[in-house]
Design a protein around this ligand. Structure first.
Ligand code: GLA
Length: 691
């Protein structure tokens, strides 16, 4: 029996292998360096009894029927002609370097390699690779099968829909297998590739949790299973059948694993750090995140220079630094029924091209960004008329938003798109692309995602200064696969601050503020019809990568003043806020969504308490803070006492000036916010005082 361990800050993964495939004997909090792995492995061996085989099959990294595994297998493979294969594999060798391990197993003409790597951000990545001596059909390959504790009561899955992304759903464990799969060809709003496994008693701020994220944009599959003997496993990989053609080599994307002993916030902190410091490749890490203006909800497809130049001037006056021209600028695009694929400027709307608008935007000190949706094509487009065979899937397929998708697996399609986008990037000083993906795909196909990645990678190499935003009808493509080649996600098409507050709060378990786009929308939200004050709309957006998206001509003077103030506040604080860790607070009042943004050094923080609905009790409940030094003293200051309603008699200490308390008092007793109307977001700034 051979043993290995991989340690990342915050977790240990230990493995053992004898004759069979390697298996995980520990995935959890860091083990002491002196842990005896042979004893640990021995301690995982169970008794036997009746009603089972005379050998307990191991839960290996890839459990297989040929090794007596009667639960969900980690690999389903067939000969090229479709004959099912039940390979017998045995561990062959290990190769290890600092923080990484490659475990190679072989049999029946197959080599199965598991790649494991610890990263300084605190995560461990795992992926699986199959190589064969003949072309095979692969239906399913788990990046890894991992054991989970039997005492956990539930898992937390992420689900959602357009306008209501990132809902956390607790699913109780029970005997049998739970399958969750995104079969829409994208990571999707419905089943994004995240899962949390809290131990009993785990809250945002305390307890133990494990978490997984599959770094892939083409749709994932998660299998969580409790076996009849009581053991539990979880597997993640590409959606089944994603490899459509026989091949001799297959490799999964990375499964990203995190462990926390400080509640779900420990997972959030690790995933946020990992996305920000490892996954994203910033063109210029030192450049502050610019304040965005996006014109979509202001003008939709109705573009004209005078209007957009006027709006751009107003945006700049309010503090915007990047102007993004959204959908509607290209040839024939007057609504969503036509023209995707025809990426040349519409001369009816823009007789002199985009030059006059861009020159105006730049004269105002803003940079310029452009919306594109390169992977898509409308049947009513010159591109489709010229190349109907470039569309993916059957010609009589049901369209989505009137569009089809190009077959990104084809070199000529990618070359064409590269040339079309290059022409735009060569002609115009564009520093940003909002890259959209607005339909569910007709088939599940890994080549589609790999093709999209290859195109973006080629563009990034050719235009390294251009940043890209990943949008897919809002948050339909938010994962570490796409974020390895983009720099921001458009989390949702819902700008209603009450909805957005919830969406971005739940997404903070996985995403740092600096990549999470959030815009101030119109007074009456376009997607819910709710009317909410600018103080609330602006402050909710200011908790993430800030921008505006509305017709700025409709602002009253008061609204414009508040928006300019919040923008100035965001700019003054972004240097630390965009690097801060978002910690979700355990609010005792379901009407209050609260989070803390704690600076890297721990010396300053922001408490955001969003009153989304009316509370049941008369007065605000104490809000306990987290992540502070119990012995240190902190000064707290409410930044927007003016948002208190007439019913508030302003007796809360914070409404009357700064409050100085120890970390212990702030974390155990908490703070009392003033009485609030629904649609209020309190912002409290905190600073650690010198000792
Ligand atoms: C999607 C995006 C929106 C907008 C439109 C344009 O719905 O999510 O932000 O860009 O497309 O058609």
């Amino acid at each position: 029996m051979t043993h290995w361990r991989i340690d990342a800050p915050g977790q240990t993964l230990a493995l053992a292998a004898g004759d069979g495939l390697p298996r995980v004997i520990w995935w959890g909090a860091p083990l002491p360096p002196t842990e005896d792995l042979a004893a640990l492995e021995a301690a995982t061996r169970s008794d036997l009894t009746g009603g089972m085989l005379d050998r307990l099959p191991d839960l290996t990294l890839c459990p297989l029927p040929a090794a007596d595994w009667q639960g969900q297998p980690g690999l389903e493979v067939a000969e090229a002609d479709g004959t099912p294969l039940h390979p017998r594999l045995a561990f062959a060798r290990a190769e290890s370097g600092p923080g990484n391990l490659r475990l190679v197993s072989q049999g029946d003409g197959l080599t199965l390699t598991h790649h494991l790597q610890a990263h300084p951000t605190g995560i461990i990545t795992l992926s699986a690779e199959v190589q064969a001596n003949r072309p095979l059909r692969l239906r399913w390959l788990a990046a890894a099968a991992l054991p989970l504790p039997q005492q956990d009561a539930e898992m937390i899955e992420v689900s959602g829909r357009w306008l209501a992304e990132f809902h956390l759903t607790a699913t109780p464990w029970s005997p049998g297998a739970r399958l969750r799969e995104s079969r829409t060809g994208r990571s999707g709003q419905e089943h994004p590739p995240y899962a949390l496994f809290p131990e009993p008693g785990c809250t945002n701020t305390q307890g133990t949790a494990r978490a997984l994220h599959f770094a892939w944009s083409g749709g994932h599959r998660m299998l969580a299973e409790e076996l009849p003997d009581g053991r539990r496993q979880v597997q993640m990989g590409h959606a089944a059948g994603a490899w459509t053609a026989p091949a001799t080599r297959f490799r999964t994307a990375d499964l990203i694993a995190a462990v926390s002993t400080t509640g779900l916030n420990g997972i959030a902190a690790t995933f946020q750090r990992d996305i920000r410091d490892r996954v994203i490749r910033w063109p210029d890490p030192a450049r502050p995140r610019p304040v965005h203006y996006n014109c979509w909800e202001a003008v939709y497809f109705d573009h004209d220079l005078a209007t957009l130049a006027d709006i751009a001037s107003r945006a700049a006056a309010l503090g915007a630094e990047r102007f993004v021209l959204d959908d509607g600028w290209f040839k024939g695009r007057d609504n969503d029924t036509s023209s995707l694929g025809d990426w040349t400027v519409d001369r009816r709307k823009w007789p002199d091209g985009l030059h006059p608008l861009i020159a105006h935007v730049r004269s105002l000190g803003m940079t310029f960004g452009l919306w594109v949706e390169p992977e898509m094509v409308n049947p009513d487009s010159d591109l489709y008329r010229a190349h109907p065979d470039w569309a993916l899937g059957p010609s009589d397929q049901t369209t989505g938003r009137n569009q089809m998708v190009l077959d990104m697996g084809r070199t000529e399609v990618r070359d064409h798109l590269f040339a079309a986008l290059s022409e735009l990037l060569n002609e115009y000083p564009i520093d940003y692309l909002k890259w959209d993906h607005n339909r569910l795909l007709p088939v599940v196909d890994a080549a589609q995602t790999e093709g999209a990645y290859a195109l973006i990678d080629r563009l990034r190499a050719a235009y390294p200064a251009v940043e890209i935003e990943s949008c897919a009808s809002g948050g339909g493509r938010v994962d570490a696969g796409i974020l390895a080649r983009t720099h921001r996600v458009w989390l949702s098409d819902c700008l209603d601050p009450t909805e957005r507050l919830r969406i971005q709060h739940d997404a903070a378990l996985f995403l740092p503020a600096c990549v999470t786009g959030s815009h101030v929308g119109a007074r009456k939200a376009h997607t819910t019809g709710r009317d909410q004050p600018i103080s609330y709309r602006a402050r909710v957006a200011a908790l993430r990568h800030f921008g505006f998206e509305m017709d700025l001509r409709a602002l009253t003077e008061d609204e414009a003043r508040t928006l300019a103030e919040v923008t100035a506040w965001w700019k003054a604080n972004r240097a630390w806020l965009m690097r801060a860790t978002i910690l979700r607070l355990d609010s005792a009042d379901p009407a209050l969504t609260a989070e803390m943004h704690l600076s890297d050094s721990g010396d300053r923080f922001l408490v955001a308490g969003g009153q989304a609905a009316t509370s049941r009790q008369i007065l605000p409940r104490p809000l306990r803070l987290t992540g502070l030094d119990p012995a240190a003293r902190y000064r707290l200051r409410l930044t927007n006492a003016q948002d208190a309603p007439p019913q508030s008699r302003r007796r809360a200490a914070l409404a009357n000036g700064p409050l100085i308390l120890s970390g212990r008092a702030l974390m155990d007793q908490g703070i009392l916010l003033p009485v609030a109307w629904p649609a209020t977001l309190w912002l409290v700034e905190g600073d650690r005082l010198p000792t």
